[in-house]
Design a binder for this molecule. Structure first.
Ligand code: PRP
Length: 177
């Protein structure tokens, strides 16, 4: 595999990610058996993970999108979460599964969960590909977690720096400039 020159080290290669995503999909399918699920994909970062995870889930599923941003072109959170695109349909009464690429400080998820609660879903669960526990300022329980990662700036498989690198097929640590 060719490694992008801006990547210091590959943390999770394509096969490792695919194996774990299949396991998460199987677990979610088991837990929601007989129910219908509304997946809420948090754009932009989670679009790659969501595309793979959703195809590994075999219960009846609707897919909705919300755009949230707090990093902009920085490597640390601004602390202010903006809705860049809101959900287009009501979520009241739905079993909502939030799909995130990473829980870092937890501020984005905390904001989203509080916001969603006002929309009266039947339940809210969270699937996140990555968790960076060292940075957690909010205590977030992740129902379906792919991998724990160290406190490094990670890119690829949907995760960006300044809008770039989302298309890398692996998760890697970015070289510091
Ligand atoms: C990233 C990521 C999560 C959030 C996690 O989004 O997709 O939503 O940060 O960080 P936190 O736990 O510290 O809040 P970002 O603001 O970079 O927007 P993007 O998804 O459009 O890249």
């Amino acid at each position: 595999m060719t490694v992008h020159p801006d990547v210091k080290e590959i943390l999770l290669d394509e096969k490792t990610i695919a194996r774990r995503v299949a396991e998460l999909g199987a677990q979610i399918s088991k837990d929601y058996a007989g129910k219908s699920l509304t997946a809420l994909v948090v754009l932009k970062g989670s679009f790659v993970f969501a595309a793979d995870l959703l195809r590994a889930i075999d219960v009846q599923t609707k897919v909705e999108f919300i755009g949230l941003r707090s990093y902009g072109s920085r490597t640390s959170t601004s602390g202010v979460v903006e809705i860049t695109m809101d959900v287009k349909y009501p979520l009241n009464g739905h079993d909502v599964l939030i799909i995130e690429d990473i829980v870092d400080t937890g501020l984005t998820l905390d904001y989203l969960k509080n916001n969603l609660a006002t929309r009266k879903p039947a339940s809210i669960k969270l699937a996140s590909l990555l968790h960076k526990p060292e940075r957690g300022v909010k205590d977030m329980s992740i129902d379906y977690l792919g991998f724990t990662v160290p406190n490094e700036f990670v890119i690829g498989y949907g995760l960006d720096f300044d809008g770039r690198y989302r298309n890398l097929p692996y998760v890697g640590i970015m070289k510091t400039p």
